[in-house]
Ligand binder design. Structure first.
Ligand code: UD1
Length: 371
């Protein structure tokens, strides 16, 4: 069977790594790795291929940045040629980026079956481009791989047939288990002069936050009132320019407290997350990684697709409300042995063998094991 996997943005490389390694073990699959080029900076793409021991894509479409329509449209034009040329039996798309949607739409219109990894995640907030991407992708997929029972149920509620869905677990968890030990060698804490559990790790890149100067101002003002909390902030390229407009970031207190660094690699980020007192983020993936590493998470969004982490008490939604941000952070700082408590929680994201289950299911489908 010919299986094409389409990736393009940073988190997709991480969530695909366990699948790629599993595919390469299976002789019955001819593998085609396609990169759309949505992310193109070394530290947004190439660095992860090295860290995760991944083969080079057979083609990089070099689509780059643009508005949603321009970016998605360009991807579809290039993907149509690529799919027609390489004739895959199935196109697999992970996650919820514009590359995910472009891959799914192009394939389904060429009548090539689509499989979606990380299906059924829902924030029910259609202002988020990712929510649009994952909903549409789910509804043009033949096979859907759900990270959690909750994702499975959401797909059923939307009328997707049980036979199409596999509760596989989350491939980001597979990747984390594979890499956490290796990541200990990075020396990132020493490099940034940090002490374990004495700092917060921050990431911020969602348009709803970074494209609104008022929202950014509010968020950073709240951070600077947390005087005893050094913050490390690997800055996404999307965010860097917008930060220039944030007045509070020019003040000495903020400069002393918040350390801005370039985007860092996967291994460094795992260590930074594992040793942080807390994670402050608007990323979807980092909410899960913090959960697996038993680090409390404060999510700077109004909604999340990973509601499991909220229900289990490991994550709290604060939006951009300064009062909520400060209260949540203070509570974490004042709670004794918080990581030991989080360690005891059940993990709804599978057993670390999601990639295996995904490929078993794909092959079963291919052999006509169910219709
Ligand atoms: C994309 C995904 C988001 C994911 C994120 C991870 C969509 C709609 N969003 O958001 O779900 O969480 O990736 O990082 O697909 N840029 C660079 N260099 C790069 C890539 C981007 O400088 O290598 C800059 C460009 O100015 C670009 C901006 O970042 O315009 C945004 O990039 P884009 O790929 O459009 O979306 P992300 O915000 O990265």
């Amino acid at each position: 069977m010919k299986l094409m996997l389409i990736i393009g943005a940073r988190p997709q490389i991480i969530k695909s790594a366990p699948i790629i390694h599993e595919v390469l073990k299976r002789n019955e699959i001819e593998f085609q790795l396609v990169h759309t080029g949505q992310h193109y900076d070394f530290e947004m793409s190439k660095i992860f291929f090295g860290e995760l021991d991944l083969p080079d894509p057979i083609i990089n479409l070099g689509v780059g940045s643009g508005t949603h329509a321009v970016q998605t449209g360009k991807m579809m034009i290039e993907l149509e040629k690529t799919i027609e040329n390489l004739k895959p039996d199935m196109v697999m798309v992970p996650g919820d980026t514009n590359s995910t949607l472009a891959g799914a739409l192009t394939a389904v219109k060429l009548q090539v079956p689509v499989s979606h990894v990380e299906a059924g995640a829902r924030s029910y907030d259609m202002r988020m481009p990712e929510e649009v991407n994952r909903r549409l992708t789910d509804h043009c997929s033949t096979l859907l791989f759900a990270s959690t029972r909750n994702c499975f149920e959401k797909l059923r509620e939307e009328g997707i047939k049980k036979q199409q869905i596999k509760l596989s677990g989350d491939t980001m968890y597979d990747a984390l288990l594979e890499h956490i030990r290796r990541s200990e060698k990075t020396g990132i804490l020493k490099k940034l002069n940090l002490q374990s559990e004495e700092y917060a790790a921050l990431t911020l890149h969602r348009p709803e936050n970074v494209d609104s100067p008022e929202r950014l101002e509010r968020i950073f003002k709240a951070f600077t009132s947390l005087k005893n909390l050094p913050i490390v902030f690997p800055v996404h390229p999307r965010t860097r320019q917008e930060l220039e407009t944030v007045k509070v970031m020019k003040q000495k207190a903020a400069v002393d407290q918040i350390e801005l660094v370039e985007p860092i690699g996967y291994h460094e980020m795992l260590q930074l997350t594992k040793h942080a007192k807390m994670v402050l983020t608007d990323s979807g993936g980092l909410q899960k990684e913090a959960f697996w590493l038993h680090t409390p998470c404060i999510t700077l969004r109004d909604t999340t697709e990973w509601t499991e982490t909220i229900e289990l008490g490991a994550n709290v939604l604060v939006g951009s409300d300064p009062k909520k941000i400060v209260e949540a952070a203070e509570e974490i700082m004042e709670t004794n042995k918080i990581k030991a408590k989080l360690q005891k929680l059940r993990n709804p994201f599978g057993d670390g063998h999601a990639a295996q289950k995904i490929l078993d299911f794909v092959l079963k489908w291919r052999q006509g094991g169910f219709r």
